[in-house]
Design a protein. Structure first.
Length: 278
């Protein structure tokens, strides 16, 4: 009996975590993973919704995972809501929880599942898929910084998730020579970022690529990477290391200002810096 995976948002980074966890669970239980048709909600930007949805669907199709049609997806969600279908909805994105024994029944799962313990066995498989879907991005950067803005700037998200302060980036950038160019990857406005950082250092804007997957790869093609508390950046750092390109990752020590257990996202090989919030 299959496992039905329902994505929590249409953000690419978040959904890569969910997909990897679903794949690992299906592999552990020697059963089929099926994807419920994604709902276009989770971000205010419709363009981002469409691009992120297309990107995760590219990965799903590349891996040969079947997606359930719209009507059946609605029926499965309804069956779970009416307690006619067993399921798991996470209580914390960062705390590993054993899914338990499904005893041969189909199950519905939904969550972010961002603890690496959920997907260690399929991690390289997912990274390999992203690698092979982005082979056309050949640019190479010595030093890159990823600054997450976008919906993190909203008051609710600043309080709940956390928007990193300019002080977080400045304390790292001040260690670099002034004439060493730092390539900026961001969903924010470059002029605003220049005003916010306000340092005598060479910041070079990197234009977004033709797709979100390609933008992920362009950041991954960096030897040294300074990242925000962004799941997009987390996967870029992981991909860069997988490709053998990224040698140093500098990340915040806490990824969610309300949750100390979000430190599980900091890889043991990375340099972690105190998270300073706006």
């Amino acid at each position: 009996m299959p496992i039905y995976l329902d994505f929590p948002t249409v953000g690419l980074g978040n959904n890569l975590f969910s997909l990897a966890a679903g794949m690992q669970l299906a592999a552990n239980e020697d059963t089929e993973l099926l994807i419920l048709t994604n709902q276009t909600k989770g971000f205010s930007s419709k363009v981002l919704n469409i691009e992120s949805l297309y990107a995760i669907n590219q990965v799903i199709q590349y891996l040969g995972i079947q997606e359930v049609n719209v009507d059946e997806s609605k029926a499965i969600r309804k069956a779970f809501q009416e307690q006619r279908l067993d399921g798991v909805i996470e209580s914390c994105p960062y705390c590993f929880c054993d899914f338990g024994n499904r005893q041969g029944n189909s199950r519905y799962i939904r969550g972010y599942f961002q603890n690496p313990e959920y997907f260690r066995g399929v991690f390289d498989l997912v990274l390999s898929a992203v690698k092979n879907l982005t082979t056309g991005i050949e640019m190479h950067f010595n030093h890159s910084i990823q600054i997450r803005r976008g919906d993190f700037e909203k008051p609710r998200n600043r309080k709940k998730i956390g928007l990193l302060s300019p002080r977080y980036f400045k304390q790292i950038l001040q260690l670099f020579p002034k004439n060493e160019p730092i390539n900026v990857h961001s969903d924010g406005n470059f002029e605003e970022i220049l005003r916010t950082i306000n340092m005598d250092i060479a910041l070079v804007w990197v234009e977004p690529q033709t797709s979100i997957l390609n933008s992920l790869r362009s950041l991954a093609n960096s030897e040294l990477m300074i990242i925000s508390n962004s799941t997009f950046a987390w996967w870029a750092a992981a991909l860069g290391e997988f490709l053998g390109i990224t040698k140093v990752v500098i990340s915040p020590s806490i990824w969610n200002r309300e949750s100390g257990c979000s430190s599980c996202l900091v890889n043991s090989t990375w340099i972690n810096v105190d998270s300073l919030w706006v």
